[in-house]
Design a protein around this ligand. Structure first.
Ligand SMILES: [Fe+2]
Ligand SMILES: [Fe+2]
Length: 322
């Protein structure tokens, strides 16, 4: 939080009871005039996670795009990067409307305070890893944002996500088309398998704590999203596992027909070695507290990506002061 943020108590114009009554009539929240302090706090939290995730995906994909096999492939990757920046802008602009100091949030905030999934702290080092990220990470983004689009009670975001959803479909298609092409060749398939081996479990983590340990119940009560973490993780597996089976890539999950659900076949959550980009599955499952500790410490690329995003603003300020 920036010291320049407007306090929620001063901005929110409704009480908690008034918000609940408003929502019970299936009305959308259009702005501060419809928000209570808790609603405002909650919508700021979920918008920040979404904005930060979109923003940091841009330098992550940009770094990997340097390995594009041809100039037109680089162009496709750049159009994805451009989309992600636009998606981030939508969410930061809405945060500004919610009384958050957008300049601090984007350009002055310390890297460690950014709130995006840990997966983006692990570098993408090749074109194969970039297209795997399109198939796995963008699929996670798509699942999460489609849920917000369908269920959010915050009107301005709900409407804006129509465009975002369409663009995410393009990112996904980009990933899937490339994976199919790569897997037609044994060498390409081995590279995809090596990337999926570490990225699949990182994306499972993306959906957060299991419902039994979940903390932000207000997210469901106030309709910031519609589905629980476990339901969203199931949805993601429902898209990804059959696709991986189709292209012959092994993933540690399968469909259990009896319970009509997707089952994770490896210890989960598990210990991750970020240097080797490997899971220590032999050691068995770890606790979510262990995972939270790793997330909080952030990873290798956190500072570098945030520095990349903030360098223009810092240079402009330095020039203005000089
Ligand atoms: Fe996006
Ligand atoms: Fe995307």
């Amino acid at each position: 939080m920036s010291p320049r943020d407007f306090p929620v108590e001063e901005l929110a114009q409704r009480t908690e009871d008034e918000v609940r009554e408003h929502l019970s009539k299936a009305k959308l929240v259009e702005g501060l005039q419809h928000m209570s302090p808790e609603y405002l706090k909650g919508i700021r939290r979920i918008l920040t996670v979404s904005a930060d995730t979109e923003l940091v995906s841009a330098p992550s994909y940009l770094r990997a795009a340097r390995h594009a096999p041809a100039l037109n492939n680089f162009g496709s990757a750049m159009s994805i990067v451009q989309d992600e920046l636009a998606h981030a802008h939508i969410a930061y602009r809405l945060l500004h409307d919610c009384g958050v100091d957008m300049e601090w949030l984007m350009y002055e905030r310390p890297a460690a305070e950014f709130k995006y999934p840990y997966a983006f702290d692990v570098p993408l080092n090749s074109w194969v890893e970039l297209v795997c990220a399109n198939a796995l990470y963008d699929q996670a983004g798509y699942v999460l944002l489609s849920d917000v689009h369908a269920s959010s009670t915050f009107g301005p975001w709900k409407r804006a996500l129509k465009k975002v959803d369409k663009e995410e479909t393009f990112h996904l298609r980009h990933g899937r088309t490339w994976l199919k092409k790569l897997c037609a060749d044994p060498g390409g398939k081995a590279e995809v398998q090596a990337a999926v081996d570490w990225m699949f479990i990182l994306t499972l983590e993306w959906f957060g704590l299991p419902d039994a340990q979940k903390r932000h119940t207000i997210q469901l009560e106030y309709g910031f999203k519609g589905k629980t973490n476990d339901e969203l993780r199931q949805d993601w597996m429902g898209y990804v596992v059959p696709f991986m089976e189709e292209i012959g890539i092994d993933v540690p999950a399968h469909r259990d027909e009896e319970s009509e659900s997707w089952v994770i076949d490896c210890p989960f959550p598990a210990r991750f070695d970020p240097e080797k980009r490997e899971w220590d599955l032999a050691a068995g499952a770890v606790s979510w507290d262990d995972v939270l500790e790793r997330w909080r410490a952030r990873g290798e690329m956190n500072r570098e990506y945030v520095a990349t995003l903030q360098q223009g603003y810092r240079a402009m300020h330095a020039a203005a002061v000089a």
